[in-house]
Design a binder for this molecule. Structure first.
Ligand code: DP6
Length: 374
């Protein structure tokens, strides 16, 4: 994209063509994502220390509505789900403050957000990725509306990725269908530390059919918030090698995705997952997030593969295991999951999801969601 749409928005914002209008609401639904090459460690300015690659999920989504008022006495982002101290508010506030520096009109309105997830808490699905990306889309759509600016869908997603990163790094990858890459890398053109880019140009269509079954080993909240985890990479004895390794893994994963080489993807994704945990364990203080059942499931995933099933695992910063497999083999892999892996899950909980097609704007009032745990 030659001219940054964010600059266009800011230009319009400072030219003062904005006039208060009637109150309105904007709703977006945005998915979570699971990283195959992990973002772990930051540079200053909420920039990643390494490039990362993720698959966008389909069913694991956050729906967010933002109600905008021009006539209320207090301005700014005041509440989430009616709560002025909602735990999600600080990240949303960070994004709002950052955006309103460039778009002063945002400071003249009152916002209340209402948000809900289609998935249960603490199950290994990143609600900050879906929640912050949905909120970024709401804020940008609101900005365009009050500034009378029209953007193409691609421009909006590009800008939302840029903005979402400020609230939560992994959120910037949730704006795109299929797979997304965040972080500058010489092995792919157009990449940046400031926003993620879509995978459309490089992924083999069969790779867009991948399923992700999330095996809930523990439903307890994470003992290591990711912000703290990123910080623990500062001065970490292995981190300089990790930076080199992440670049190599990204290249390997991109080759696997474009060549539809499932075996290569298994190999690199599993090494990435175990590296993430090895980095956490060897930090000071170190954190061990895997549970005995996590290790058992990993062994059984590998046994299944030795016996001919096409599946691999990845892990987030937690005990739960993401098991990934192609659509063409979903019946046999899901049978294996139900019979062999599910008994190791807390209360037999498995959440079935798959590669998804990105955010959608909702024109209807925000619907309520059911969890899709089975
Ligand atoms: C292990 O995006 O949650 O899930 O930028 O501080 O909000 P902040 O961190 P966050 O970190 C995600 C870490 C990870 C790996 C990944 O998604 O790439």
């Amino acid at each position: 994209m030659s001219v940054s749409p964010l600059s266009r928005l800011k230009e319009v914002a400072v030219s003062g063509r904005y006039s208060p209008k009637e109150n309105f609401s904007i709703s977006w639904q945005s998915p979570s994502n699971i990283a195959l090459v992990k973002y772990w460690g930051k540079k200053s300015g909420q920039l990643p220390a390494t490039p990362s690659l993720s698959m966008t999920l389909d069913k694991a989504r956050t729906t967010t509505r933002v109600d905008v008022a021009f006539d209320a006495p207090r301005k700014g982002l005041l509440s989430v789900n009616g709560d002025p101290d909602h735990p999600f508010l600080p990240k949303m506030q960070m994004l709002f403050d950052w955006l309103s520096c460039g778009i002063p009109a945002l400071n003249g309105i009152t916002l209340h957000a209402v948000t809900s997830n289609s998935f249960p808490h603490s199950t290994g699905i990143a609600s900050s990725a879906s929640g912050i990306s949905a909120f970024a889309l709401c804020l940008l759509t609101i900005s365009c509306r009050i500034l009378n600016l029209e953007l193409s869908g691609d421009e909006l997603m590009h800008m939302a990725s840029y903005a979402a990163r400020i609230g939560s790094g992994s959120a910037c990858r949730s704006l795109f269908a299929g797979y997304a890459v965040w972080g500058e890398t010489s092995c792919l053109s157009g990449t940046s530390d400031e926003f993620a880019i879509s995978s459309a140009a490089f992924v083999h269509p069969d790779m867009l059919t991948l399923h992700d079954a999330i095996l809930v080993i523990s439903g307890k909240p994470k003992s290591l918030p990711s912000t703290q985890g990123h910080q623990s990479m500062e001065g970490h004895p292995f981190f300089s090698n990790r930076i080199i390794q992440a670049g190599q893994h990204l290249e390997e994963a991109l080759r696997a995705l474009s060549a539809n080489d499932f075996e290569k993807l298994c190999s690199v994704a599993e090494r990435e997952a175990l590296t993430l945990h090895a980095l956490m364990m060897s930090a000071n203080p170190g954190t061990l997030l895997m549970k005995p059942s996590t290790v058992e499931v990993i062994g059984l995933v590998r046994d299944g593969r030795k016996n001919g099933l096409p599946l691999f695992f990845t892990l987030d910063a937690g005990a739960n295991v993401h098991v990934m497999y192609p659509d063409a083999s979903s019946a046999e892999v899901e049978k294996y999951i139900s019979e062999v892996l599910k008994p190791l899950c807390e209360d037999g909980r498995v959440i079935f999801d798959r590669c998804g097609s990105g955010p959608v704007m909702l024109n209807e009032p925000m619907p309520s969601h059911d969890c899709f745990s089975s």
